[in-house]
Design a protein around this ligand. Structure first.
Ligand SMILES: NC(=O)C1=CN([C@@H]2O[C@H](COP(=O)(O)OP(=O)(O)OC[C@H]3O[C@@H](n4cnc5c(N)ncnc54)[C@H](OP(=O)(O)O)[C@@H]3O)[C@@H](O)[C@H]2O)C=CC1
Ligand SMILES: O=C(O)CCC(=O)C(=O)O
Length: 418
């Protein structure tokens, strides 16, 4: 495998590719390619055995021209400054492409959470919330879940913030449990938009989703829900993987039963309905109609892209393709629904959660899903219009053309402040 791409450079090259089709001055473009600010902090907590341990943490606020900064918090050993900057920039353009009134932010802690107890993770999350307190707020910056964080961490952050501020402000964070002010449908939202986007792409290409074969890389929140929902739409999930490896069954398997197996054993590897144990690389290069990368950045580089054998890719993960991989797949006519559209269901339902929190008026799951469907279909239609209007080959470039124009317009309409 070639050297890992730097995700921040990937983001900047994606912006440059799209800007070539727009009339935006280089000065404005400079603004759109760099974060407004990045917090780097050190959190020290007491371990269960009484020792102290320090953890590095970040929050990048990339751009607030369209609204408060918005984006998840990741716990992973490979979190670093450039990754967080890239992820926060992708949030800006994601929110713009689905037209939710937010800018973009992202945070992370450098940690392998599997090595820590629940009470250690609670102390660490509360320490991070305390550091974030001056920066966040329902009109300032609204965190949410990402890799290795979920409802539990969001509830801790909400409680810490509200306690320190002596207020109730559930809209300071999204992705909470429903009892703590979360929205119905938020847990499923990222996987749901990934499959809605895939369905729209199949429709656009004149391909049948019913009976189509699917491979899913990553079996966490985004990946397993995408697998479950695409199976419910009549496609056949033949392969899936997590960080321990992959499984394959040419006749398909039940995604929910595989998830149950993973819950019980820690991995999908070994799941009895699978006929073969395969590697992650095998999953990414399998001969399937649809590939859903749902793990981390740089899953497919230029070299591996030459072996990709899917007709459509719907990116549940952020940044799963390097720019070289993107170019190879474009050459090979693989239709890639870009992350900023495919996985935008997460932030879209986070927006619905925030609206519900502010109104103190809660929606049914049917309403959430119907509104989500409408946002993703409309975003996909704009993507297709832009592909056709600018005669573009690459759907990612089209998504950025839509998004960058929206952010640049908001910046320019605001005028200048002395
Ligand atoms: N959660 C959300 O709402 C959103 C998430 N995303 C993006 O989706 C992606 C996945 O996030 P999410 O599902 O929330 O995270 P989770 O932590 O729930 O799941 C991540 C999954 O990726 C797997 N994984 C990690 N490394 C590898 C690897 N090298 N090969 C194969 N699988 C691997 C993990 O394996 P294991 O289970 O073994 O740890 C896990 O199954 C990320 O890119 C995230 O930014 C995008 C929008 C919203
Ligand atoms: O729900 C949100 O606000 C953001 C989710 C997220 O981090 C992402 O879309 O990458």
């Amino acid at each position: 495998m070639s050297e890992q791409a730097n995700p921040f450079e990937t983001l900047q090259s994606q912006i440059d590719d799209a800007a070539a089709h727009l009339e935006i001055g280089d000065d404005v473009l400079e603004r759109l390619k760099h974060p407004e600010r990045v917090l780097e902090t050190n959190l020290t907590i007491e371990r269960d055995d009484g020792r102290l341990e320090r953890f590095k943490a970040f929050r990048s606020q990339f751009n607030g021209d369209r609204g408060p900064y918005k984006g998840g918090i990741r716990y992973h050993p490979e979190v670093d400054r450039d990754e967080v900057k890239a992820l926060s920039g992708w949030m800006v353009y994601k929110c713009a492409v689905v037209d939710v009134p937010y800018g973009g932010g992202k945070g992370g802690i450098v940690i392998d959470p599997d090595q820590y107890s629940e009470s250690e993770l609670e102390r660490l999350t509360r320490a991070f919330a305390k550091e974030l307190r001056p920066l966040i707020g329902e009109d300032r910056d609204i965190p949410a879940p990402d890799v290795n964080t979920g409802q539990r961490e969001m509830n801790w952050i909400k409680d810490t913030y509200e306690t320190l501020e002596n207020t109730t402000e559930p809209g300071v964070i999204t992705g909470k449990t429903v009892t703590s002010g979360g929205s119905k449908g938020r847990v499923e939202a990222t996987g749901r938009s990934t499959v809605i986007a895939a369905r729209e792409a199949f429709d656009y290409l004149g391909k049948e989703l019913e009976g189509a074969t699917v491979a899913v890389q990553g079996y966490g929140n985004a990946g397993w829900i995408a697998a479950k929902l695409i199976d419910e739409m009549g496609a056949t999930v033949v392969a899936a993987s997590d960080s321990s490896g992959g499984i394959y069954n040419p006749d398909g398997f039940d995604p929910a039963a595989a998830k149950q197996y993973k819950n019980e054993t820690g991995s999908i590897v070994g799941y009895e309905e699978s006929q073969e144990q395969v590697t992650n690389e095998d999953v990414l290069t399998m001969d399937v109609d649809l590939l859903v990368p749902a793990a981390l950045e740089n899953a497919i580089d230029g070299e591996l892209a030459r072996d990709v054998d899917a007709d459509v890719i719907s990116e549940a993960a952020n940044g799963p393709l390097t720019p070289e991989a993107d170019a190879v797949l474009e050459e090979e006519d693989v239709f890639v629904v870009p992350d900023i559209l495919a996985n935008a269901g997460g932030v879209t339902v986070s927006y619905f959660e925030w609206v519900q929190n502010r109104q103190r008026f809660y929606w049914s799951e049917e309403k959430v899903n119907a509104e989500l469907e409408a946002h993703i279909v409309e975003a996909f239609d704009s993507l297709v219009e832009t592909i056709e209007a600018h005669d573009l080959e690459n759907p990612r470039t089209a998504a950025y053309v839509v998004a960058i124009q929206r952010v640049a317009d908001a910046f320019e309409e605001a005028g200048s402040f002395p």
